[in-house]
Design a protein around this ligand. Structure first.
Ligand SMILES: [Zn+2]
Length: 203
């Protein structure tokens, strides 16, 4: 009797990509900034954001420290102004496409703030937040779209997602991210979704 040897661990595909809201292809760095979703919440919205800390700096771990409540290891006046904030996101996609998950998608991350979309308030309750390393108005890397597309394709299979929008669309009075540098048209095409999934605006 012969058996086929298993491929090396890094080439093995997890049987199920999702385990209790954790994506098995992401690096996991837990954030304490989360809470339970309201009972019966229908998680039907993906929210795209952009962030870099200090703004425009695309290396280091200041974003991860910020979103996971860890003290910063560098001094910068901007970091001082935000250090008391308790925010998080489910995912962070770095410039080279590296994917980090900080909050289980079964829980509520604190990414949206005061917000309203598809007739409902408090979008944190029933959305999944994805932060792209970048600066609002600036462009994003092809590797980031690649990771974002495969992540969203999997989320669309696993959650009853009906809407994909930017922070700027769910909190238009306060937020501008990810901004005009984000390629909505390309993103929509890569997922093969109809216009109905997206905000009605010129993509
Ligand atoms: Zn945002």
């Amino acid at each position: 009797m012969s058996s086929t040897p298993l491929p090396p661990p890094h080439l093995q595909t997890p049987k199920h990509p999702w385990l209790k809201g954790w994506y098995q292809f992401a690096q996991r760095i837990d954030s304490p900034h989360f809470g339970p979703r309201p009972q019966g919440a229908r998680v039907d919205l993906l929210v795209m954001h952009s962030i870099s800390l200090p703004p425009g700096v695309y290396q280091g771990d200041a974003v991860i420290r910020f979103l996971t409540g860890q003290p910063q290891t560098i001094e910068h006046p901007y970091l001082e102004t935000i250090k008391a904030l308790k925010v998080s996101a489910h995912f962070f996609i770095r410039r080279q496409g590296e994917l980090i998950q900080m909050v289980s998608c079964d829980d509520k991350a604190w990414h949206a703030g005061v917000s309203h979309y598809r007739g409902r308030d408090q979008c944190n309750d029933d959305s999944i937040g994805i932060e792209l390393e970048g600066l609002e108005g600036q462009s994003f890397e092809p590797e980031q779209y690649e990771t974002l597309t495969s992540l969203c394709a999997s989320l669309l299979k696993h959650y009853p997602i009906q809407h994909l929008a930017g922070h700027e669309h769910i909190a238009p009075d306060r937020k501008k991210d990810p901004g005009p540098g984000f390629l909505w048209d390309q993103f929509q095409k890569s997922l093969g979704l109809s216009d109905a999934f997206f905000p009605s605006f010129d993509k």
